[in-house]
Ligand binder design. Structure first.
Ligand code: DC
Length: 226
């Protein structure tokens, strides 16, 4: 589709804690687009695997689990809710236990294929801001606007700590920073669709940038390309 005011597709990727979700949520609100947090899908499946005691190194079992899990995204007052097998798990998927284990689940090709199917389906109509690790490079290679957000590890750990503390968790900042490094390492080195900046993505380092500035930069990109 060409022409003014086409409802485009924005892909936002980057490592843990780079500020993707906060920025993506604001951009989607301002543009009247829907926001899709793809990490939440991998988190929901991880939660189910942890509850069932599934061996997180058993790729066959995790693939089977993905095939038999119903994951849906719905919205309440612009906020994404993630529904797993009919249950709203939006809060529980943010627990430190899920965060510690999600990379192991997300590296399984069979799991990814199942999630990517759903993600492409959700983006089909346009008017979407999707964030994740492989959105610009693999899930939506034809996205109108691709952004790769990053920030220093220390800053990313501080941001994650702030979010977790606000949710009532007690945090050890040094441990959190180590966990983020470990998670980025697994996400960037996995075989299928690793965390990577797409060639034509705009790199934005948010370490020293204000929130509004980042949001405006992304809005400028999408308004120029649609
Ligand atoms: O963005 P997040 O922290 O909620 O993501 C959770 C995990 O899911 C992250 O460690 C990597 C994985 N993930 C992925 O592999 N691909 C995506 N598109 C989104 C997330």
């Amino acid at each position: 589709m060409q022409g003014k005011n086409r409802r485009g597709v924005v892909a936002i990727d980057g490592p843990a804690g780079a500020g993707k979700s906060t920025v993506a949520r604001q951009v989607s609100r301002d543009l009247g687009y829907i926001y899709i947090d793809t990490g939440a899908m991998y988190r929901a499946l991880t939660l189910k695997a942890l509850r069932l005691g599934t061996d997180l190194y058993d790729h066959g079992a995790l693939t089977e689990l993905a095939h038999h899990t119903n994951i849906k995204i719905s919205y309440y007052d612009h906020t994404q809710m993630i529904i797993m097998d009919g249950e709203d798990v939006s809060t529980e998927i943010r627990s430190p236990e899920v965060s510690r284990n999600v990379s192991l689940v997300a590296l399984v090709p069979g799991v990814r294929l199942e999630m990517v199917k759903l993600q492409r389906e959700l983006a089909r109509e346009g008017g979407v801001v999707m964030d994740g690790r492989d959105i610009g490079s693999y899930v939506l290679p034809d996205a109108d606007c691709k952004i790769f957000l990053t920030a220093s590890t220390a800053e990313r750990a501080r941001r994650r700590a702030r979010d977790l503390e606000a949710a009532g968790y007690t945090i050890n900042l040094a441990e959190l920073e180590q966990e983020i490094i470990r998670r980025d390492e697994i996400d960037s080195t996995r075989e299928m669709a690793p965390l990577i900046k797409a060639d034509n993505a705009i790199l934005i380092d948010t370490s020293d940038m204000g929130f509004e500035e980042v949001v405006n930069e992304i809005k400028k990109c999408i308004l120029q390309s649609t």
